[in-house]
Design a protein around this ligand. Sequence first.
Ligand code: ATP
Ligand code: MG
Length: 325
Amino acid sequence: MSDRLMTEQKMPLNTAARSAEVVLRTHDLSKRYGQRLVVDTLNLEIRRGDILGFLGPNGAGKTTTIRMLLGLITPTMGSIEILGQDLATQRARLLPRVGALIETPALYLYMSGRDNLRAVGTILGGVPAQRIDEVLELVDLRHRQRDRVRTYSLGMKQRLGVAIALLQDPDILILDEPANGLDPAGIVEMRDLMHRLAASGKTVLISSHLLSEVQQICTRVAIINLGKLVTETSVEALTRGQGEYNVQLEQAQEALTVIRAQSWGHTARITSEGTLITPAPGGRGKDLNLFLVNAGFVPDALTPATQDLEQIFLQLTNGGSGDSK
Ligand SMILES: Nc1ncnc2c1ncn2[C@@H]1O[C@H](COP(=O)(O)OP(=O)(O)OP(=O)(O)O)[C@@H](O)[C@H]1O
Ligand SMILES: [Mg+2]
């Protein structure tokens, strides 16, 4: 048997059980601007420990949704529940439980990173110096905390923005395009920060255009288009494909003929690179392997066929044409 045989998908980074507490829920959330319903009866659910990627083409309604979640604009219809309570009636109590970074943070450029945190801490009240140390550590800015923000890279400013959002140790962190405009090194640093947040058990909603980032960071994705929820599922389930397997073996053509003759194998095919893509009997990789071996074909490798999140996204959003309609 092949030593590269692999039938299980690797587990997502954060495996928060779906039974975890719902920390944020929207009920038919809608926002109308003039004649346009830019957020259309959106029902979202975020559970504790989820790292939810909030995806959609330009103009899909992501920022508008986030502004409603933060109480910055009022929904036209529908409601928002945070930690089991209604945001509209419990605003003052709930908003401190939500930290946010919308696009670029508002920073005092002539002050140091630490002084920015101190200033915001003073405005918020009750933020101990120790918490400032903690968030500086978390966003990896301790070594630059005394330098003026003017001298920071864009990535460092974004991370300082995340640090500000974390000051009150919120239950939920909402980040609108945190990696927007960052260079590859900045993106890697932001990704590492997201991993640290995930490991610390934070619940995070991240809106992004960077699908490969979402695929690496998030446990779940919600995709919206034209204000409507297109899908809300785990990254693993979304990218798993249709229960198909990639099989590498020497006699791919012969194996294809045999598989095609099976009741479960009609859709099997061979890619231009020579990889056999096939469903499995009963949908199980080990049964496919057994079938192949019994038929005289020993696979070099057998892995679940995954779809790229980018392809799925374009399919689900009709080529990502949110703004053009
Ligand atoms: N204050 C406003 N008045 C009128 N229309 C608005 C207003 N704010 C947003 N819109 C419109 O609502 C739609 C959704 O905008 P929104 O900013 O929420 O999209 P988005 O998904 O965040 O897009 P992007 O990916 O470009 O950030 C867009 O068509 C936008 O032009
Ligand atoms: Mg936006």
